[in-house]
Write a protein that binds this ligand. Sequence first.
Ligand code: ADP
Ligand code: ZN
Length: 657
Amino acid sequence: MSSNPVRAEHGDDASCGRRHHSDVGPGAPPAALEILSRTFGYARFIGAQEQIIAHVAGGGDALVLMPTGGGKSLCYQIPALLRAGTGIVVSPLIALMQDQVDALRQLGLRAAFLNSSLDVDQQRRVEQRLLGGALDLLYVAPERLLTERFLSLLDRSAIALFAIDEAHCVSQWGHDFRPEYVRLDILHERWPTIPRIALTATADTPTRNEIVARLQLEQAERFVSSFDRPNIRYRIVEKQSPRQQLLRFLREEHPRDAGIVYCLSRRRVEETADFLCAQGFNALPYHAGLEARVRQAHQAEFLRGEGVIICATIAFGMGIDKPDVRFVAHLDLPKSIEAYYQETGRAGRDGLPADAWLTYGLSDVASLRRIIDSSEAEERFKQVELHKLNALLGLCETTRCRRQVLLDYFGETGSRACGNCDTCLTPVECYDGTVIAQKALSCIHRTGERFGASYLTNVLLGKADARMRRFGHDRVSTFGIGTELNAEQWRSVYRQLVAAGLAQVDIEGHGGLRLNRAACRPILRGEQRLDLRRDPDRKRAPAERRASAAVPTDAEAKALWERLRSRRRALADAQGVPPFAIFPDSTLHELVAYRPRNREELARIGGIGVVKLERYGDAVLAELGAHEAEHGRPAHLPPLPAEKLRSERERERERDA
Ligand code: ADP
Ligand code: ZN
């Protein structure tokens, strides 16, 4: 890190957040609020941040469950600044430590990391700074933390708190399991009076209980947030020609955005990346079959670049800490709702609008069933996996709000229809599909339970070819009885029958459909009614229905946006840090929305604290001024947000009064 002129000025004073910790107790948020505004540049806490910070700053242990993008980092960063000593942050995400530390240094904080990427000299220097009390925050990999050398170093240092990030890594049942995490209970044993805060975005109860038990957090206060991600728009579409569908989605909605495209196989990852590159996108492959060096380079380019698309298998996963991922597209069905939620959750961490877009068809169901079936796992485990796959199909074929289905699944019942998913935006019509279902199911039966949806559809439509004639299926009783629907609609019916558990995809044959007899019987006998959905014609869903784009659409605003973005890029490159460490996108949006004209106005913008104002205020004002000289000032601008720092003084006065 280059020497930093501002640090010298602000060194240890309030702008870096270090306050008189003696006056901090559970009910002492004003100092926390001051750090929030002066250092981080935000006017208000969100969600439970304030309570969590007060609790931990007061010396309490905490377990924090918050969705991605919920603002977990501040929950340990601010208490670390409020308390004496260094906040020790345990994180498994070695590749991201550098970026996290860069972002903190941009705020004028004294941060460092220790992991295997440093040479011995660099490590010694960081250790010296820790011993000398010259660090606000130290990020450390778990295997490093657990060395006797480091533990004894901690014995000789002043520690503000321990933050255990990605705490679900202690769970042996999860796919992010890290054996070192299990040994982190040593922190409590060795330093019982130092507060610990464990954080995760993994929602399920078994994982939560495992974290508590293994990290000895029985006494910790639990802070559980809603897992809703309101800024993510969920859409699930029928798979027709997936690449073309993806291309249309990207061209129409995300022509210059960073995003992730998940595919099931390595080959498909490669093909998709090649295809997108040929179409003029900057797309990179990522899967476990690539050399580690290549994977790292691609991840780094995704994190640091702008508008990079990663095509990946699920190997590209945990801790994709990039705040401005604008879309997550699935070209294949994920394994479960949990996986879907985790993968889509990587979009929109910055709180700005983002898309989760999935295309699926019955062939996906067959592939996934084959994967489950061929795994080495115990039968019991396979049953659980199948059950999870079925729950996901239920989500795909639901007529309800997708978000409600997701939140219900995670035990958050009682939410309202969200207005920001495809089923809310284009409501799905239902009809009494009993007779349709009878026809579709009988057709499976009459043709011997061996054929897939396309073939069955042709039988129902009376479209015989040589193969069908050879099998004699042009003479079965269901031949030609389904002309009331078209081929696309019949395929939709078959997907719904599978999702409803009436038919299943046979994995031994070639994805033929079989009947689930017990479930079918009442329908075939007419004893039970079945409602089906009529798939809306999404191709014609108007694009302008998008509530608010993450990038301004008006030409003048867009020009300013691009101007600010390229200046940010230049500032970032000059220091070798990622652009979001300079300013998050949300700050650029506010600049475009409010057009501050001087430093006082600039200080009201979210994400601009004292240090950033000092460092980049002139550059930002120069860009805004140059843009205004060229384009003029828009006639209708919203009133600026209240002044963060003044309101803080007012609060202080109120407190004293
Ligand atoms: P998480 O770790 O939970 O995924 P982060 O801590 O990375 O989330 O925060 C997500 C985004 O929200 C970041 O861009 C951060 O700067 C922003 N943020 C956090 N707290 C606030 C706040 N109180 N006001 C405005 N923005 C915030
Ligand atoms: Zn909805």
